[in-house]
Design a protein around this ligand. Sequence first.
Ligand SMILES: Nc1nc2c(c(=O)[nH]1)N[C@H]1C(S)=C(S)[C@@H](COP(=O)(O)OP(=O)(O)OC[C@H]3O[C@@H](n4cnc5c(=O)[nH]c(N)nc54)[C@H](O)[C@@H]3O)O[C@H]1N2
Ligand SMILES: Nc1nc2c(c(=O)[nH]1)N[C@H]1C(S)=C(S)[C@@H](COP(=O)(O)OP(=O)(O)OC[C@H]3O[C@@H](n4cnc5c(=O)[nH]c(N)nc54)[C@H](O)[C@@H]3O)O[C@H]1N2
Ligand code: SF4
Ligand SMILES: [Mo]
Length: 721
Amino acid sequence: MGTRQAFTYCRICEPLCGLEVTIEDGAVERIRPDRGHPLSKGFACPKGIAMTEIQNDPDRVVRPLRRRSDGEFEEVGWDEALDGIAARLNALRRRHGGDAIGWYFGNPATFSYSHPLWLNSFMAALKSPHIYSAGSQDVNNRFAASALLYGAPTLVPIPDLKRTDLLLMLGANPLVSHGSIISAPRIREDLAAIVRRGGRVVVGDPRRTETARAFEHLPVRPDGDAWLLLALLNVIFAEGLADRAACERQASGVRTLRRLAADFTPEATQEHSGVPAGDARALARDLAAAGRAVVYGRTGTCLGRYGTLTAFLIDAVTLVTGNLDRPGGGIFGAAPLRVDEILRLSGLATYGRTRSRVGAYPDVLGTFPAGVMAEEITTPGPGRLRALVVSAGNPVQSVPGSAALDAALDELDLLVCIDLYVTDTARKADYVLPATTFLEREDFPLPFLQNHLTPYVTWTEAVVRPRGEARQEWEIIEALARRMRLGLGAFPAQRLAHRLGVRPSPRFLADVLLRTGPRGDWYGLRPGGLSIRALRKRPHGVVLADHHRTGTLRRRIAHEDRRVHLAPPEIAAEIGRLAAAPAPPPDRPLRLIGMRELRSHNSWMHNAPGLMSGRREHAARVNPKDAAEYGIRDGARCRISSAYGEIELTARVTDEMAPGTVAVPHGWGHQGGWKLANASGGANVNLLASPDPHGLEPLAGMAHLNAVPVAIAPAGGDRAG
Ligand SMILES: Nc1nc2c(c(=O)[nH]1)N[C@H]1C(S)=C(S)[C@@H](COP(=O)(O)OP(=O)(O)OC[C@H]3O[C@@H](n4cnc5c(=O)[nH]c(N)nc54)[C@H](O)[C@@H]3O)O[C@H]1N2
Ligand SMILES: Nc1nc2c(c(=O)[nH]1)N[C@H]1C(S)=C(S)[C@@H](COP(=O)(O)OP(=O)(O)OC[C@H]3O[C@@H](n4cnc5c(=O)[nH]c(N)nc54)[C@H](O)[C@@H]3O)O[C@H]1N2
Ligand code: SF4
Ligand SMILES: [Mo]
C-alpha cells in the first residue's frame, strides 16, 4: 500500500487546526501541523500531534463488547450487540414508554457534523425528554443568556480580536485552552496583536494563568464576575458613559437594568468581586472610552453559581458601551449555511420549552442538566430513566457529584457506551460500542462555522479506514433504529420517509445545505459556489472573507420587537439572588476552581504516552500563604475536602494562585480500561462538587464546579515539618 499524505483538520478542540497525516500501509504513522492551512498556518498543539497514539492505541476498543454474567466484557459481533440492545430497549419501551430511555453525549460529539443530528432524531422518535450533555458543565448558560437577550439561544457573539482595542477576558485561558466559543487557531498572536497596535488585553482570573501572565492580570475572586460586571454597569450608567445611541437603537430595558445595577457600586461589590473599587471604576471608564472594546467570558464564568447572569451581563456591558454588533466588539458570525433557519425549522433551538422531571430546570437546546441524571435514574414514577446511552462522554469524570452518578449507573436496566475506550463510565456498561476517531470519519465543522474569527469553511474525508470494526455514531444509531423499527427524524414526514426506506445520509444533507446556502453553487446556477465537491478540491479549506459582517443583529434577533432585552424578569431575579448570597462556611475557607493543562484534554488523553512523559502528576495549586497556614508542603500529598467528598493528590505551592483559592484540573484518577491513564494516579475532582440536583444554577442547570468551598490539609501521615 505504501506511504501517502492526507490533509484534514483536528477535532479535539475549537481552533480546528489543519493537520497533515502520514499514512503507512493504511495506518496513521504520524501527524504534523498543516503548513498550508490558511488559518492555523503550521500550528498544532501537542494533543493534535498525539492523536496518532490515540488512533493506534492498543487499549482502544475496536470491537463491540458485551458484559458477561461473570461481570467481564467479551467481544461480540455487531449484529449480536445491536440485536441485544434493540431487544432490551424495545422491551423497556413497551413496558414503560420511550421516555424510559435517555442519552448523554459528551464534548467530542459536537465536533462531528452527523453524531448530534442523528442522536437527536433518535430521541425525537422515542419521544423521550431524557437528553443530557456536557453542555451543563460547559456552555449552556451562554445559550440561555442568548435566549433571554436575543430570543435565539445559538446567537452568541464572538470577540472581534482582529479589530478590538480593549478586550476584557473573564474566566478563560486561551494560551492553554486555545480558545472556546471562538475558533482562532493562532489566538495567541491575535491577542498579542491587540497590544502591538496599542490596545489592551485584561485577563480576569483568580489564578495568574499563562494568559494572565502574558497580558494584564485582574485577580477576580471565584464567582465574583457578576459582581464585577454589575459594578462596571453601575459606573457606566452613573457617570453618563453609556452609548445612548446604541442603547436606543438596539435595546429595550435599559432603564430597568440601570436601576438593577444601582446598588452595585464598585465600593459595595469589591469584597465579592475581589477587584478594588478604584480598579473597577477605571476599567469601566476605559471600556466606555475605548474606540472598540469587548467583554468575553468562558468556562471560569460558566461553572459558578451565576453562570447565566454572568454571560448575560458580559453582553450587556458590550452593548451599553456601544460595542455590540460593531467591528472590534462582540460580533455575530455567519455560517455559509442557513444555520439559524435550520435550527428554527428543526425545532432544536429551544430554551425552556420543557422542564426536567427532577428539579424542573428549563431545557437548553433540548437538553437537561446532567446534574439531575443520577436522581432521574433513582427516582421512581412515570418517566423514570431506566436505560442510558452515553456517546463520546465520560460523565463519571465530568459531572458534579461523581460518586452519586457512579452509584446510580448500577441501577440502570441498560447502559450502552459508544466510545474509543472503556472509560471510567463505560466500565459500568452492559455494552461498549467502538466508535471511529475523527481521523476515520468524513466531517464538516457545522456548529463552529459561525464562531470562526475569520470566516472559513472546510470539508474533510476520512483519512484512514476505521480500525477493527469501529463505526461512526450515525451508522450505529441508524442500525439500532432499524432493529427497533423506529423511524428517525425530528419531523413526522421525515420519520415516515425513514420507515419507507428513504434514508438521507449526513453527507447528502450537508451537501444540500451547502449548495442551497448563501454561498452555495445552487446546483450550477452559481458557478464557483460551495458544494462538497468544490470543497474536496480545497483540502486546506476556504477563507470566505477577512471579517464577519456586522450590522446583522437586528435581522437575526428572534424577539418580536427586534431588540436586545436587557432586563428580563429571570435576570432581575438572579440579581436578587446574588445580593442575598449566603456567607461561605467558615470550616471550608478555601475556594476550589478548575484549570486546564496543555497536555490533557478533559478526561480522555491520559493514555497517550507522548502526553504523559516527564513524570506528569495530577497536582493541586496552592498559594504559599495558604500552604503555610494549613501545613501543606510543595510536592507532598494533600487532602482536599468539601461537604460532599474528599480527594488526595500532590500539592504544588505557587504564588500564581490568589490566596484563598486552590486550582485542580479535572479528568484524572482513572479506573477504566486504559493502562497508562489508570497508572497515572491523581483523583476525580468532581467527587468534591455537589451531587444535589436541586442546587444547580437555576436558569441553565449549570453545574457548580468552580468556587466550591473546601478545606485543605496534609494527607494522612504526611505532617508538615
Ligand atoms: N471540575 C471540572 N469539571 C469539568 C470541567 C471543568 O472545567 N472542571 N469542564 C467541563 C467541560 S467544559 C466539558 S466539555 C466536560 C467534558 O465532559 P465529557 O464530554 O463527559 O468528558 P470527556 O472527558 O470529554 O470524554 C469524552 C469521551 O469521548 C471519547 N471520544 C473521543 N472522540 C470520540 C469520538 O469521535 N466518538 C466517540 N463516540 N467517542 C469519542 C473519549 O474517549 C472520552 O471517553 O467536562 C466538564 N467537567
Ligand atoms: N489543553 C486543553 N485545551 C482545552 C481543553 C482541555 O481539557 N485541555 N478543553 C477544551 C474545552 S472542552 C473547553 S470548554 C475549553 C475551555 O476553555 P477555557 O474556558 O479558556 O479553559 P480554562 O483553561 O479552563 O479557563 C478557565 C479559567 O477560568 C478561571 N476561573 C475559575 N473560576 C473562575 C471565576 O469564578 N471567575 C473567573 N473570572 N475565572 C475563573 C480558571 O482559573 C481558568 O484559568 O478548553 C478547550 N481546550
Ligand atoms: S489546539 Fe491542538 S487539540 Fe486543539 S484543534 Fe489545534 S491541534 Fe487540535
Ligand atoms: Mo468544554
